[in-house]
Design a protein around this ligand. Structure first.
Ligand code: TPP
Ligand code: DXP
Ligand code: MG
Length: 619
């Protein structure tokens, strides 16, 4: 085992070529073993193994800064930088993060999880180095998917003008989570094919015939990597950035050679490498979409498992059916087709479906444009990624009350992805924007009711749901909903738990069959059911609010503000996430730690003396 001898990147410097090749294979096995155990970003990490070995062979981390975009492909980097003994804890509570994280290791140049940030960060670091008169290398590693993001493209624009010494590596596997999209992606596909045809002709071979563009002959391309290629006919050149490639990203000796050659070049250089997502693991090569981020599996017999019927699936089913009824409905996803439950919709309604790539800001403004010209856009978006579209929601949508419906998925704590991905700020930032309405359904049927109603209201409306499973609603069921009105699910004699979204199950559990405690499905935050709040306060009920969101600025805050406006002061406890970030771990454990689970609700009720002074309350 070569891996046993490698504890720090320095240990790679003395390995022979054969040992490096063996190391790459051992890293692959370790990545498969760990993902089988914990789940994780398998296919992307497998595809980046040779690149990461080559980078650590050629550069000197932590002095040289290696910035991985998204950070989900960096498992080999973690193993090679002193974390091989804890890699089995990845994504688990108390364990290491599934992404690079500055506070975890000096070798992790950025804390990341959202896409398209590496190049801007790399530019900043290169400029800091030059301004401070220092001397080290900065390397930004970005996938073809992440390159669809506006941040990455805007960073290239500045890089091309300022021209710092900076190496960028485009790790192109022609995949985002789904198939990659966009004109740049198409350009590179065509570019590679053309270049490959020329080279094959040059070498007198005809290997292209019968080979899918994805599976270029990697053996021949190894020869390619040994040469320094500078090409002038591509968008990077137009930007003033030196372009090298494309080269085979799995040819380890070739990669090391070319990195050594371009390492000291002045100014910005982009090395384009072509890799295969899932490389070296048959199932992941064949189906990189499923194996992008699978849950745990049996490594000897890797099979796909059903993750159950999710809120995303409930949304996807609802919107697919609705599209048959509403010809103006149009669904947009910023690169999250699978996660947002839109595979079926994209197949049944391809003409009213758009994957914008990883650019939530653009997706929001495209939706605005559609709505302004008569379509009924639904933007399916993860809560955490919607943070990227804040200004677009204010400026392009809310000011003129443009009717865009946001299907806000992964709301609340998300589990293994941790702090970068928790969707715990959306209520706070949406609530402050005039015209924007916010709702959360208690089940799939209510989601259908809300979605249908929202499309008829002519306003920007966010419908929020969690990363969780839900019972399937019957097809064809489209119940009416009284917009803005809460629902009493259980009567209480002394207190009510007001719950928004996912914490409703904790509220029901906490109330149990206790006659003193009632439960309200507080399914709208904007408009807030002030009528019900007023009645509850005037009738002297004690209140507990719960939500899977930051306590500051969230649902409970909205309730407190309403009581303040009404001039009422009920006995109330607000439960929500405290003012800190939550890392990766199991969702119920995080909820417990945050104090929003059934136990915390019962504790809050007990603190208010519920069940002790029942005689003073209404029978
Ligand atoms: C802002 C943002 N939107 C969406 C995502 C979800 N996401 C994570 S990885 C990924 C695909 C990235 O593709 P690429 O950069 O090509 O890396 P690969 O997985 O192919 O190695 C997406 C869409 C994200 N992390 N950040
Ligand atoms: C790295 C990334 O951002 C995505 O792959 C994310 O991990 C997907 O999360 P879900 O599994 O919740 O769809
Ligand atoms: Mg990719």
């Amino acid at each position: 085992m070569i891996l046993q001898k490698v504890n720090q990147p320095q240990d790679l410097k003395t390995l022979s070529q054969e040992e490096l090749l063996q190391l790459a294979e051992e890293l692959r096995s370790e990545i498969i073993r760990v993902c089988a155990q914990n789940g994780g970003h398998l296919a992307s990490s497998l595809g980046a193994v040779e690149l990461i070995v080559a980078l650590h062979r050629v550069f000197d981390s932590p002095r040289d800064r290696l910035l991985f975009d998204v950070g989900h492909q960096a498992y080999a980097h973690k193993i090679l930088t002193g974390r091989k003994d804890v890699i089995h804890t990845i994504r688990q509570e108390g364990g290491i993060s599934g992404f690079t994280k500055v506070s975890e290791s000096e070798h992790d140049a950025i804390t990341v999880g959202h896409a398209s940030t590496s190049l801007a960060n790399a530019l900043g670091m290169a400029m800091a180095r030059d301004t401070l008169g220092q001397n080290y290398h900065v390397v930004g590693i970005i996938g073809d998917g992440a390159l669809t993001g506006g941040m990455a493209l805007a960073a290239l624009n500045v890089i091309g003008e300022r021209k710092p010494k900076l190496l960028m590596i485009l790790n192109d596997n022609e995949m985002s989570i789904s198939e990659n999209v966009g004109a740049l992606n198409r350009y590179f596909k065509e570019y590679q094919t053309k270049k490959w045809v020329q080279d094959t002709q040059k070498w007198g071979k005809q290997v292209l015939e019968g080979i899918s563009p994805k599976l270029f002959n990697l053996v021949d391309r190894a020869k390619e990597a040994a040469k320094l290629m500078l090409h002038q006919e591509n968008p990077f050149y137009a930007w003033g950035i030196r372009y090298v490639g494309p080269v085979d990203g799995h040819d380890l000796p070739g990669l090391i050679h070319i990195l050594e050659q371009i390492k000291e070049l002045d100014g910005p250089t982009l090395l384009h490498i072509v890799t295969q997502k899932g490389k070296g693991y048959g199932v992941a090569e064949e189906d990189p979409i499923y194996w992008h981020g699978p849950p745990g599996f049996n490594p000897e017999n890797p099979t796909k498992v059903s993750k159950g019927y999710s809120w995303s699936a409930a949304f996807g089913d609802a919107v697919t059916e609705l599209a048959y009824q509403e010809p103006r409905l149009f669904v947009i996803t910023p690169a999250m087709r699978e996660g947002s439950g839109l595979v079926r919709y994209s197949q049944t309604h391809p003409e009213r479906y758009l994957d914008t790539g990883i650019c939530e800001d653009v997706a929001a403004t495209v939706a605005a444009g559609m709505a302004l010209r008569g379509l009924k856009p639904v933007l399916a978006i993860y809560s955490t990624f919607m943070q990227r579209a804040f200004d677009q929601i204010v400026h392009d949508i809310a000011i003129e009350n443009v009717p865009v419906v946001f299907a806000v998925d992964r709301a609340g704590i998300v589990g293994g992805d941790g702090a970068t991905h928790n969707g715990v700020f959306d209520i706070a930032y949406l609530r402050t924007i005039p015209n924007v309405q916010i709702a959360a359904p208690k089940d799939a049927l209510e989601l259908r009711a809300m979605l249908k109603k929202a499309l008829s209201l002519g306003a920007p409306i966010a419908i929020r749901y969690a990363r969780d499973n839900v019972e399937k609603a019957p097809e064809g069921a489209w119940p009416e909903i009284e917009w803005g009105k809460w629902e009493v699910l259980k009567e209480g004699r002394e207190a009510y738990i007001l719950s928004f979204g996912k914490t409703l199950k904790y509220a029901l559990e906490a109330a149990g069959d206790n006659p003193e405690v009632g439960v309200i499905n507080a399914r709208f935050i904007k408009p807030l059911d002030k009528g019900m709040l007023e009645r509850l306060a005037l009738e002297g009920y004690k209140l507990v609010t719960t939500e899977d969101h930051q306590r500051m600025g969230g649902f409970g805050s909205a309730v407190l503000e309403a009581f303040n406006e009404l001039g009422l002061k009920p006995d109330i406890r607000v439960l929500g996430l405290p003012d800190r970030f939550f890392d990766h771990g199991s969702i119920p454990r995080m909820h417990h730690e945050a104090g929003i689970d059934a136990e915390a609700i019962r504790a809050a009720l007990a603190e208010m003396g519920v069940g002790i002074k029942t005689a003073t309350h209404r029978a």
